[in-house]
Design a protein around this ligand. Structure first.
Ligand SMILES: Cc1cc2nc3c(=O)[nH]c(=O)nc-3n(C[C@H](O)[C@H](O)[C@H](O)COP(=O)(O)OP(=O)(O)OC[C@H]3O[C@@H](n4cnc5c(N)ncnc54)[C@H](O)[C@@H]3O)c2cc1C
Length: 361
């Protein structure tokens, strides 16, 4: 009998959690390291809209579509997930662009349909000024991102994974070009494979083995109201505001699907977002802002995921991406298949890390 491969996963956000869940249930000996608490940094600050919406070329659309399908499988397999397949109502583009997006995505098989004002009123009765038309995608959904990552980590633990919190990885170990594990404050942890799912911290780790990853970190702001009774049924993407209601009744709003940067005055920007929600949603007029979250989005420089093995660095695998909430289940499944069986999913072919890696200066 061959021993289970020993795999170190750096990062316990939604990407590391999904990878750990898939690897551990396939029999790998998984240890997850996180510099902070389990659940990630970008992950708890995410709007968490699961979608394959506008702005994506077809190969990326296909990956996102596959991820949406994988969410449904995860929903069945991971105890405690709360995925709300509430659908998304969208009119956040100028009309011509909106029609063109819908036509293109519909031709790709996305379940998107035009809805009139009276249909919008049925879908979202509390919108004060519904537009003349919008598009509706019933198959889009949302999750509570931190709770979802925690559920996947708990599932991984149930399959034997170890999750280490407050365990900063200082550097990656290397021997004749092979990555051999990670350096913790307690010593060196040897691994057959090391997966970097460290979000915005990934570039710093790669620098420790002489690699520079082109990674942007745009900030996104979300305003979270105090809990209220049901005011919204689904995701609402208007030109002024993207807003959804969480499982506990909070209205969460940002100005585009990734949030907004706000000249440093985050509390004022969050208050302004909440005021827009109050103006948009009947019944929300007196719902106060409770808190805001501001998170850096781990965004590879060309905007697409970085998933796979860098050239000439056996023992190393990278999983760094924006839209990580949408993509997490697919990345978990595909990473496990590549690490354990050597099968690279064809949907990942455009996202080889090498395109954004350079020797560190
Ligand atoms: C405002 C906002 C809105 C968003 N909206 C959406 C959306 O609607 N839909 C969508 O799909 N995506 C959205 N995203 C993007 C999505 O949230 C991220 O892509 C995803 O959360 C990334 O997950 P991650 O696990 O890679 O990173 P993280 O959650 O940041 O986790 C990385 C973890 O690595 C750890 N780490 C880093 N360095 C080290 C180290 N040296 N040693 C040990 N641990 C380390 C960190 O402590 C952290 O816990 C949004 C993001 C933001 C900020």
């Amino acid at each position: 009998m061959t021993a289970a491969p020993r795999i170190a996963v750096v990062g316990s956000g939604i990407i590391g959690a999904s990878i750990a869940w898939n690897l551990s249930r396939a029999g790998a000996a998984v240890t997850v390291f996180d510099a902070g608490k389990r659940g990630g940094i970008a992950t708890p600050a995410s709007f968490a809209w699961i979608n394959a919406s506008w702005g994506n070329p077809e190969p990326y659309f296909r990956l996102r579509e596959q991820a949406m399908m994988e969410w449904r499988i995860l929903d069945r397999d991971v105890p405690g997930l709360q995925i709300n397949w509430c659908g998304g109502l969208i009119w956040d583009l100028p009309p011509e662009e909106l029609h063109a997006f819908a036509k293109q995505h519909s031709s790709w098989g996305y379940g998107i349909r035009e809805v009139t004002r009276s249909e919008i009123e049925n879908l979202e009765p509390n919108l004060k000024s519904p537009p003349e038309f919008a598009y509706h995608v019933p198959e889009e959904g949302m999750v509570e991102p931190l709770a979802t990552a925690l559920a996947m980590l708990a599932g991984a633990e149930a399959h034997g994974a170890t999750i280490l919190e407050n365990c900063n990885i200082k550097w990656l170990g290397e021997d004749h070009g092979r990555v051999t594990g990670v350096q913790t404050h307690e010593g060196f942890f040897h691994a057959d494979e090391t997966v970097i799912a460290a979000g915005t911290g990934s570039a710093e780790l790669l620098a420790s083995i002489g690699l520079s990853l082109e990674l942007a970190k745009p900030m996104g702001l979300l305003a979270h109201s105090k809990p209220a009774g049901e005011l919204l049924r689904g995701l609402v993407m208007s030109p002024e505001l993207h807003v959804r209601q969480t499982a506990e009744g909070r209205l969460v709003a940002g100005t585009d699907f990734t949030g907004a940067t706000a000249n440093g005055k985050l509390d004022e920007a969050a208050a302004a977002l909440n005021a827009k929600v109050q103006a948009m949603v009947a019944g929300a007029e007196h719902i106060e802002l409770d808190f805001f979250t501001a998170g850096e989005r781990p965004t590879p420089a060309d905007g697409f995921p970085v998933i796979g093995r860098p050239d000439n660095r056996p023992g190393l695998y990278l999983a760094v991406t924006h839209s990580g909430v949408t993509l997490a289940p697919a990345i978990g499944v595909m990473t496990a298949a590549e690490l354990l069986q050597g099968d690279r999913d064809s949907l990942l072919l455009p996202y080889h890390p090498e395109r954004l890696l350079r020797p560190a200066a």
